[in-house]
Write a new protein. Structure first.
Length: 278
């Protein structure tokens, strides 16, 4: 009798164990995120205890207006020296220009931007959110097929320093897994929403196999109702040219769409070349 009870208990445990390890279908929602295991991707699970000792204070930063003798923002030079150990990128090690676009939603200009990049022979990095990846699969596929780098802009675009560490990890992992599953593409670059980071979030990304890409140039191009003039934007982008530059542009900007080709040609004429990160 006792052996029969034990056998029944063993069967129940095995059944429950089987349910526990059954692969779940992703349920991507703002309220309930999950980190998929065994997705086929190579993002590592974190040893969060090691991260807890790091500073979780949001770093207040910006390229600023002060530049060195190479026209590089001195703030970015210092930040690169301080946080490069965590694979953070404010300036590239190469002297070329890295062109990056943030993609939170589609305003109808990305296809034209891709056309221009193809015409000019330039590769760029496109940082996408989960919503963008779900809504614009054809554009994501085109980015990949045309040799651009698709980067992780997190699943839901939170300030990563203002949420629990495990939620920050989920925001990276959920989008990583979705893109891997849908496009067989493994992302390796992260852009923190709002550029908000701490020593802890940089280490988090690094431990998950990511480089955190910030920038050395950005301007007010994201407000679709108050777009800069083409002349002003072209001047701003050109005057800011410097070795190792990381340009942050928003693909929702009509102005960026309109001047991109001219600016690329101007940068090349001044001796600059364009590189990408991967």
């Amino acid at each position: 009798m006792k052996s029969s009870i034990l056998l029944c208990m063993l069967i129940v445990c095995l059944l429950l164990s089987g349910c526990t390890h059954e692969k779940l279908e992703p349920k991507y929602s703002q309220e309930e995120t999950l980190v998929e295991e065994n997705s086929g991707s190579s993002v590592n699970v974190l040893a969060t205890a090691e991260l807890q000792s790091l500073d979780d204070t949001q770093v207040t930063w910006g390229p600023g207006r002060e530049v060195d003798d190479q026209n590089r923002p001195t703030a970015c030079v210092k930040l690169q020296e301080e946080y490069g150990q965590y694979d953070a990128v404010f300036l590239t090690e190469d002297e070329g220009i890295c062109l990056t676009f943030d993609e939170g939603y589609e305003a109808g200009y990305t296809a034209g931007i891709l056309d221009t990049l193809q015409e000019e022979g330039v590769s760029a990095v496109f940082f996408v959110t989960l919503d963008y990846a779900k809504r614009e699969p054809e554009l994501i596929r085109r980015m990949i097929d045309e040799g651009h780098t698709v980067g992780n802009h997190t699943a839901y675009h939170p300030n990563m320093t203002q949420i629990p560490l495990e939620k920050a990890a989920e925001n990276i992992q959920v989008l990583h897994d979705y893109v891997y599953q849908e496009f067989q593409y493994e992302m390796q670059l992260l852009r923190n929403p709002e550029g908000a980071f701490s020593e802890q979030t940089l280490a988090l990304a690094q431990n998950m196999g990511y480089r955190s890409v910030l920038w050395s140039f950005a301007y007010n191009d994201w407000n679709t109702d108050q777009q800069p003039s083409a002349e002003d934007a072209l001047q701003r982008l050109t005057n800011a040219l410097h070795p190792g530059a990381v340009y942050l542009l928003h693909a929702v900007s009509k102005t960026n769409h309109d001047i991109l080709g001219e600016w690329i040609r101007e940068a090349k004429a001044e001796g600059y070349r364009f590189i990408t990160l991967n």
